[in-house]
Design a protein around this ligand. Structure first.
Ligand SMILES: NC(=O)c1ccc[n+]([C@@H]2O[C@H](COP(=O)([O-])OP(=O)(O)OC[C@H]3O[C@@H](n4cnc5c(N)ncnc54)[C@H](OP(=O)(O)O)[C@@H]3O)[C@@H](O)[C@H]2O)c1
Length: 248
């Protein structure tokens, strides 16, 4: 099917679960042709009969898949109007029993996985009329969170990478947006044992992300209440550290 001729085409990574899956639902409802990637189909199995949805298996950490995944995308569309690079994982550092190899593991999914995904999709974005590249960082980058040495660093790297990429893609007319979600109720956060202020559902998060993407901002952080709370935390870093430090 060459649905790219009739419909807008979007590629979403991390589409089998959580925020990515809710974004797939929203873009299908809007009439997009959705190319959805993850290592497993996960929740996408319920949509597999939908002709507007194509599942493209992809492990973002596997450099050897870059050309083959691009070829698979090209089998379905000559161009991509929008990509949402959302695949991610979270592991925490236990400072009293540290698994330092975890730092590389998280970085390889969240940061190098996103970089690989840009390498996959850039040639297809360049063929669209008004292309838009969207990457998912996190509000975790706004203040230091306990045990988030790997996750926070990977998401800060994503944010900076996208800000630099934005400048370099200006002349190619590709807009670049960085999304910074707060706490969203997904398998990624369901293992958290700490309190998560202003937690929202993945459907609520997807509604906000979709609306923001329409406006093509450089960055979109939500919910604003969490952004404000973390802004205050940043003004009083010692007090924030004392408040949030684990009591061993
Ligand atoms: N939930 C939150 O509170 C929150 C807050 C800020 C930012 N975020 C970010 O939002 C994004 C989505 O997270 P989520 O909360 O929706 O988590 P989730 O439900 O666990 O979904 C993560 C998605 O990433 C995919 N994924 C993981 N490792 C992958 C790999 N190596 N290759 C390809 N796909 C991979 C998973 O699919 P497979 O396992 O099938 O591959 C899944 O579809 C992540 O980047 C996360 O860091 C989440």
């Amino acid at each position: 099917m060459d649905a790219g001729k009739q419909k807008k085409v979007i590629w979403i990574t991390g589409a089998s679960s959580g925020i990515g899956f809710s974004l797939v639902e929203r873009y299908l409802a809007r009439g997009y042709h959705v190319l959805a990637s993850a290592r497993t189909e996960g929740k996408l199995v319920d949509f597999i009969t939908n002709e507007a949805l194509i599942f493209i298996p992809y492990d973002v950490t596997d450099d050897t898949q870059i050309d083959s995944v691009r070829d698979l995308l090209l089998q379905h569309t000559p161009h991509l109007d929008c990509v949402i690079l959302n695949a991610g994982n979270c592991e925490y550092l236990d400072i009293n029993n540290p698994d330092w190899s975890m730092m590389k593991r998280v970085m390889s999914v969240n940061y190098f996985g996103l970089v690989n995904s840009v390498e996959v999709c850039l040639p297809l974005l360049k063929k669209a009329q008004q292309p838009h590249l969207v990457g998912v960082s996190s509000q975790a980058v706004q203040a230091a969170f306990t045990q988030a040495e790997a996750y926070g660093a990977s998401k800060a790297a994503v944010r900076y990478f996208l800000s630099s990429l934005r400048v370099d893609l200006l002349s190619s007319n590709i807009d670049v947006t960085c999304i910074l979600p707060g706490f969203v109720d997904t398998p990624l956060t369901q293992k958290n044992t700490f309190s998560m202020p202003f937690l929202m559902s993945s459907e609520q998060a997807a509604v906000r992300i979709e609306a923001a993407i329409e406006k093509r901002p450089y960055e979109y952080a939500f919910p604003k209440r969490l952004t404000a709370m973390l802004w205050v935390a940043k003004q009083f870093p010692k007090r924030w550290a004392a408040m949030t430090a684990p009591k061993y």
